[in-house]
Design a protein around this ligand. Structure first.
Ligand code: SAH
Length: 396
């Protein structure tokens, strides 16, 4: 019996660790159980039970699955894992934002253990978990810290979902813990929204992100409605219709500029998929309405994209799209080549968008003190390596 061949998307490196059941679709989970000898007639029931233990109750050990026979629990333990990613560090900002640095299982070829970051942003009426979809990023947006880190690989669906399970462990966001919490969150759960806005470009990891979305939205899974799941893309135009048809999540577009000339510089992907094509794909996104709008993210860069003319052009570009504009004050990082626009400039910009009938909230930077704010994510080890390279170069 070879349990390592369950699903390529989730299989862990041969010879290193037991394959994880986290992040498997229901059919893939059933197939995994079949491989360890669960009889055909029990497959549906066992899949259902294990699914609920993992995603609904948050158990981290097969031994806790009390409605499953002891023998099967032992078989599960011997063949599989439901362990979380390893935590390298946890930081909490003065504003309550939390950041985790996570270490993934070893890569089969190189043995390297890569790291990704995840951020939790509590607000009075909701809590948003910002998760990563890739190690590093291929896009090289010039204002983004993650963009200065080389792309390494896609995360598996298990690694994407593992982030959420770990955050729920740490926050006490499982039914049993919430029941005993004397001061539970107003919204009933700590994590009410998931955004794919951490490291990486989710539409370049389509299949694994889709599997993860299905588990997040599953009523017996993590059970957050698709209206509370937002996928942010820098504009991988050919994948946008597929995302609408196959995932049905809320869409956010990292727009950041109103002319191709400026956007080519900020988001190099624009040279492949220019603004007009991107907005056409947005117009065609299924299910849009005033209650279901596309969010356009717009980072405010001093003297680059923040003029009155830009604001007016933006209004024109958005015509006909149910849209909201999130203005993001630029978060600096060591060596970043831009400055944040002045506050009055940001307000003037917001005012023009707002008067044209689009909500245009200015996103309060959160977690800046722990480098957890938008665009600041870059794993600490990567920062250390960069610092070391610099030292070596200086001493050479
Ligand atoms: N690749 C996807 C997902 C990343 S989302 C995308 O580009 O949409 C991360 C968001 O933070 C994006 O909107 C990105 O443009 C924004 N961002 C990146 N660097 C930033 C910075 N230094 N300050 C503020 N926002 C930044």
């Amino acid at each position: 019996m070879n349990v390592r061949t369950i699903t390529p998307a989730n299989a862990l490196p041969a010879g290193t660790e037991r394959p994880s059941l986290i992040g498997l679709s229901r059919p893939a989970l059933a197939a995994a159980l079949r491989e360890i000898g669960v009889p055909e007639r029990q497959l549906k029931m066992r899949t259902q039970q294990i699914w609920q233990w993992i995603y609904n109750r948050g158990v981290t050990d097969f031994a806790a699955m009390t409605n499953i026979a002891k023998g099967l629990r032992a078989d599960l333990h011997n063949a599989f894992t439901i362990a979380r990613p390893e935590v390298v560090s946890r930081q909490i900002s003065v504003d309550g934002t939390r950041k985790w640095l996570l270490r993934l299982p070893a890569d089969p070829q190189t043995g390297a253990r890569h790291e990704v970051e995840m951020v939790y942003i509590p607000e009075p009426d909701r809590g948003t978990l910002c998760i990563s979809s890739q190690v590093g990023c291929t896009l090289n947006c010039t204002f983004c810290h993650t963009g200065t880190q080389r792309w390494v690989r896609n995360l598996t669906a298990g690694e994407i979902i593992g982030q959420i399970l770990l955050a729920r462990d740490d926050l006490g966001d499982w039914p049993d813990a919430l029941k005993d919490n004397p001061d539970p969150p107003a919204s009933g759960r700590y994590i009410t929204n998931i955004v794919f806005m951490g490291m990486g470009e989710p539409l370049y990891n389509f299949d694994n992100v889709k599997t993860a979305v299905d588990i997040i939205a599953d009523n017996e899974g993590i059970s957050l409605s698709k209206r509370r799941i937002t996928l942010s893309t820098a504009g991988v135009v050919p994948e946008i219709p597929r995302a609408g048809a196959e995932m049905g999540v809320m869409l956010a577009i990292s727009l950041h500029a109103t002319t191709d000339e400026v956007r080519n510089r900020l988001v190099p992907l624009n040279r492949k998929y220019p603004i007009a094509e991107l907005l056409q794909a947005c117009r065609a996104y299924p299910g849009l309405s005033n209650a279901r709008r596309i969010t356009f993210e717009y980072v405010m860069l001093k003297g680059i994209n923040d003029s009155v003319a830009d604001a007016k052009r933006l209004v024109n570009l958005l015509k006909g799209i149910p849209a909201k504009v999130n203005l993001i004050p630029f978060n600096p990082w060591p060596g970043s080549p831009y400055e944040c626009s002045d506050w009055e400039t940001i307000e003037r910009f917001a005012e023009i968008i707002n008067r044209a009938g689009y909500a245009s909230p200015i996103r309060t930077p959160r977690g800046r003190d722990i480098m957890a704010a938008c665009g600041q994510l870059k794993s600490a080890s990567e920062r250390q390596r960069a610092a070391q390279r610099k030292r070596l170069a200086e001493n050479a």
